[in-house]
Design a protein around this ligand. Structure first.
Ligand code: ATP
Ligand code: MG
Length: 408
């Protein structure tokens, strides 16, 4: 007897999307593509694989992403390659590789799959997808404002802004951030015995992360920690003031969250997250900030930059009402002799921008019922004499006018 072959399973933390799940996903991407064009952001297509150093050098060895979440491997030539865990570092790499300095400031956007070795749960996958927008080479707070206004409009166009709040913080310029960091390290060292084990490890590597610890053990100490406001230079204060004034002028609602630090080391000045309580523990749908030091870390010239990324799956889950995805016209073929006529008509409809399909199999009697089930705006009957009639609401829609012009 032959051994039963086991069907392969999908890799843990990956998804096969179809039907409504896929339609939600596609709706997020299409809306992003439309909105980013409204704001004059150019598109990018980038490699999924990068040299490992692109991420380790720019994100920092101490970050969760680099220290435990990357999919890295040696390729057959012996080079260390990583499946991108985020977009920003790869965009910065492309900026340097291609000498895009000449085009600065650049407004760029990209979307696609990312890979992180995390514990899969609702809203958290090992292959997930992001939309991402960046402005590279702009030092002014106006760039931060524009990105936030765009994010706000995107959430409104997806109709998921209800219950989503923009939380905003400043991490200051480098001197402010360094002084604050030193104060935090001193403070947390004085309260070591009240910190969780995870936070004790963070204290060594990434002390700012203790501030946004979700462990209840850490909350009292974290909530009473020194705040950035006491360490902000005049320049950093002005910068943050210009960002909040711009948001107010544009009518974008925000709240201050002094504990918001973001996971990656390269942030300066503005840091922000759009947060919801509708996704359980995975409440951050969109996050970003200013990363003026990143391109320099990669060996490039000092280059100011700011950007954000949002998880497509998380945005897709929040959508309540999907736009209807029905075919506009359905052809019912009444006999096989009419197949040529049906092909010709289908082509005409589709070339006129009308979505159309046909039902040409199964018992001729049942074909009409099958078409009705799909609920198209119009059903057209076709036989060997051609197209001879349609049913559907007699409106002045482009579809009906086109059908009438065919009939005439
Ligand atoms: P979290 O705190 O949820 O781990 P993060 O700080 O690691 O988020 P970023 O690196 O800022 O997330 O990525 C931006 C966005 O990408 C997140 O707000 C989220 O919407 C999405 N995202 C991040 N990791 C995942 C994942 N593993 N699965 C699905 N979406 C993700
Ligand atoms: Mg994470």
């Amino acid at each position: 007897m032959m051994a039963k072959i086991q069907t392969p399973q999908a890799v843990r933390g990956t998804q096969d999307m179809f039907g409504e799940t896929e339609e939600r996903f596609a709706h997020v991407v299409a809306t992003f593509e439309r909105v980013r064009r409204l704001y004059g952001f150019k598109g990018l297509q980038l490699p999924v694989i990068e040299p490992t150093a692109v991420f380790s050098r720019s994100l920092g060895e101490a970050t969760d992403v680099v220290s435990k979440e990357m999919y890295s491997f040696e390729d057959r030539g012996g080079d260390s390659i990583t499946l991108r865990p985020e977009f920003t570092a790869g965009i910065a790499r492309a900026y340097l590789t291609n000498g895009w300095q000449q085009f600065a400031p650049m407004k760029l956007s990209v979307h696609g799959p990312l890979f992180r070795y995390e514990r899969p749960q609702k809203g958290r996958y090992r292959q997930f997808h992001q939309i991402d927008a960046e402005i590279i080479g702009a030092a002014e707070p106006a760039a931060d404002v524009e990105l936030l206004v765009m994010a706000d409009q995107l959430l409104k166009e997806l109709a998921i802004n209800d219950g989503v709040t923009l939380q905003l913080n400043t991490l200051g310029d480098t001197p402010s951030r360094d002084a604050w960091r030193a104060a935090l390290v001193g403070y947390f060292n004085d309260h070591k015995n009240a910190l969780s084990e995870d936070s004790l490890a963070r204290l060594e590597k990434n002390p700012l992360r203790i501030l946004d610890s979700k462990d209840p053990t850490d909350r009292p100490v974290a909530d009473a920690a020194p705040v950035i406001d006491d360490y902000l230079s005049g320049e950093a204060q002005d910068f943050f003031g210009a960002v909040t004034a711009g948001l107010d002028a544009a009518g974008v609602a925000w709240t201050r969250n002094a504990a918001l630090v973001r996971g990656l080391d390269y942030y300066r000045h503005t840091a922000f997250e759009f947060v919801t309580d509708r996704l359980g523990a995975q409440g951050t749908v969109l996050g970003g900030g200013r990363y003026d030091g990143l391109i320099e870390n990669l060996g490039g010239p000092a280059t100011p930059a700011v950007g954000w990324a949002a998880g497509i799956e998380r945005l897709a889950m929040l959508i309540e009402q999907l736009p209807v995805q029905q075919l506009e016209a359905m052809i019912v073929l009444e006999n096989d002799e009419g197949l040529g006529q049906a092909f010709a008509l289908l082509r005409q409809l589709r070339q006129a921008g009308i979505s159309a399909d046909m039902i040409a199999t199964g018992s001729p009697k049942k074909r009409y019922d099958k078409a009705v089930k799909q609920n198209p705006a119009a059903i057209l009957r076709v036989n060997e004499h051609g197209y001879y009639g349609f049913s559907g609401e007699d409106t002045n829609s482009p579809l009906m006018n086109f059908l009438k012009s065919l009939a005439a």
